[in-house]
Design a protein around this ligand. Structure first.
Ligand SMILES: Nc1ncnc2c1ncn2[C@@H]1O[C@H](COP(=O)(O)OP(=O)(O)O)[C@@H](O)[C@H]1O
Ligand SMILES: [Mg+2]
Length: 234
C-alpha cells in the first residue's frame, strides 16, 4: 500500500535558492512521523511543499497515491489534509469559538464535535467568546491544534506546536495527539525541535540539516535521541 503522504526526491525552494535537496519522506495512514532539525534548515518549507504552497523544482509529492503537482492548496486541504502552521494561523480578532468553527464545514458538525475538545483543553471551552488574540501563547497553541482536531483530517501537518510551551502543556499535548490517532487513526507529520516530545509521540523520525535528511529511524531504536541531538546543537 502506498504511503498516505509521499515526498519523493523533492528539491524545492524560493526563487533561485533551493532549501530542500532530494528529500524523500513518507507518512503512512495512521502513522506519526517526526521531522526534526534546527532553525532555518527547511522544516517549514517541507510542510509548505507537502501542503501545496511551494511547488517542487524536481521530484514529487503524492497524497493518497495522487500527484499534487499543479493542484491548488485549498483543493489539497479538501482531501483531508490539515496544515497547522507555525505562525499567524489564527484570526486574532475572531473569538475562540469562531476560530474553532473554521475547522469544520457546517454548524451541525461543529456542534457534534466541539464536546470532543472539552477533555483535552477545558480552558478553551470556557473561553469560546474571548478574542483569540487575547489568549496566552500556550492557549493559542491549544486553539490551533483543537481546530485541526475538529476538522478530523486523515493527515495533520503540524509545525512546532510545542514551541514556547511550558513542560506540563507539552505533556498534555503529547497525550492529546496520541489520543486523536488512537480514536480516529489520524496520521501526522510533526515538525519539532523538542526531541523528547517528538520521540514520545511519533513512530518514526527523520532529521533535516540544511535541506537534506541525514538521519532516520524508529523512535524506539536504541540511541535514537542521541542520533537526533547531535544535529540539533549549534
Ligand atoms: N518565503 C521565503 N522566501 C525566501 N526564502 C525563504 C522563505 N521562507 C523561508 N525561506 C528561507 O528558507 C530557509 C528555510 O526556512 P524554513 O523552511 O522556514 O526553515 P525552518 O522551518 O527549518 O526554520 C531559510 O534560509 C529561510 O530564510
Ligand atoms: Mg519553521
Amino acid at each position: 500500500m502506498p504511503d498516505l503522504l509521499d515526498l519523493a526526491d523533492v528539491t524545492a525552494g524560493y526563487g533561485a535558492t533551493m532549501v530542500l535537496r532530494h528529500v524523500s519522506l513518507g507518512v503512512g495512514a495512521g502513522e506519526i512521523v517526526a521531522l526534526l532539525g534546527r532553525n532555518g534548515v527547511g522544516k517549514t518549507t517541507l510542510l509548505r511543499t507537502a501542503a501545496g504552497f511551494v511547488q517542487p523544482r524536481s521530484g514529487g509529492v503524492r497524497l493518497d497515491g495522487q500527484a499534487l503537482a499543479g493542484i491548488a492548496p485549498y483543493r489539497i486541504a479538501r482531501r483531508a489534509l490539515c496544515y497547522v502552521a507555525q505562525e499567524q494561523a489564527l484570526f486574532a480578532d475572531l473569538t475562540v469559538g469562531e476560530n474553532l468553527r473554521l475547522g469544520v464545514s457546517h454548524d451541525r458538525l461543529f456542534r457534534e464535535r466541539l464536546p470532543s475538545i472539552e477533555p483535552h483543553f477545558p480552558v478553551l471551552l470556557r473561553r469560546l467568546g474571548q478574542k483569540a488574540g487575547t489568549l496566552s501563547g500556550g492557549e493559542q497553541k491549544m486553539l490551533l491544534i483543537s481546530r485541526a482536531i475538529l476538522a478530523r483530517p486523515r493527515l495533520m501537518l503540524v509545525d512546532e506546536i510545542s514551541e514556547g510551551l511550558q513542560p506540563s502543556v507539552v505533556d498534555r499535548l503529547a497525550g492529546v495527539l496520541a489520543a486523536e490517532r488512537r480514536m480516529h487513526g489520524t496520521a501526522m507529520l510533526l515538525v519539532e525541535q523538542n526531541v523528547a516530545f517528538a520521540l514520545s509521540v511519533a513512530d518514526r523520525f527523520a532529521v533535516l540539516t540544511s535541506g537534506e535528511v541525514v538521519e532516520r529511524g524508529g523512535t524506539g531504536d536504541a540511541g535514537a535521541a542521541a542520533r537526533i541531538e547531535r544535529h540539533m546543537t549549534v
